[in-house]
Design a binder for this molecule. Sequence first.
Ligand code: 6PG
Length: 224
Amino acid sequence: MNLNEYGDMDLMVVAVANALAGELRQILSQQERATFVVSGGSTPGPVYDVLCEADLDWSRVDIIPSDERWVPEVHVRSNARMIRERLLKGRAKAAVFHSIYAKAEHPDNILPIVAEKIAPLLPISVALLGMGADMHTASIFPNSDNTVIALKKRGSPVLVSMEVLDQPDIRVTLSARVLNNAMFKHVLISGRAKRNAIENAQGKKKTKAPIKAVLGGATVHWTL
Ligand code: 6PG
């Protein structure tokens, strides 16, 4: 894990946006399309506001949420809604967005169909992930019903549902196997609690610290 510390949020936002744009440009110089996996939550919004104006061929970029809350895309907690509002604008409006939400009471009824849409876009070119203070990443939460399946190194599905006790919505997440296979991985965190958490994660089992499953070769960006 490489850790980049920044003096303040603005410095981190610009540096991460530039790094992501550079990696997307590099991928697009080597292959026809790039698959860009992006996290939800509250931290990455300012990065998306800068990144969306990057001068690159966004029409050749496929954007997939790293995870989703199982709510309609108009819902205030939808990651698709946040990503469309903050990233799919300006130049990046030309990117192709692939929702991992579908109209079904429970995701397990439809996940294989959603996964069939996503699978041809893999492997991931660039992944921007977040982390909770409980060391979850995407929606791979510790001690949840499908944590073990989501963390399996081999044979795990592309998408896994996750019912989390302290979360209002059922979640759906790309599995750790898929996330960890990204060519470029970034983890964006801020604040003292998350800095302590990511350092403590090293000594914990993956089921207690799912972030561990994606830290190999990743760049962690942190500011207070
Ligand atoms: C989500 C995210 C999730 C997020 C972390 C951190 O759906 O919320 O994908 O994995 O990155 O929970 O969230 P904050 O950035 O809001 O702290």
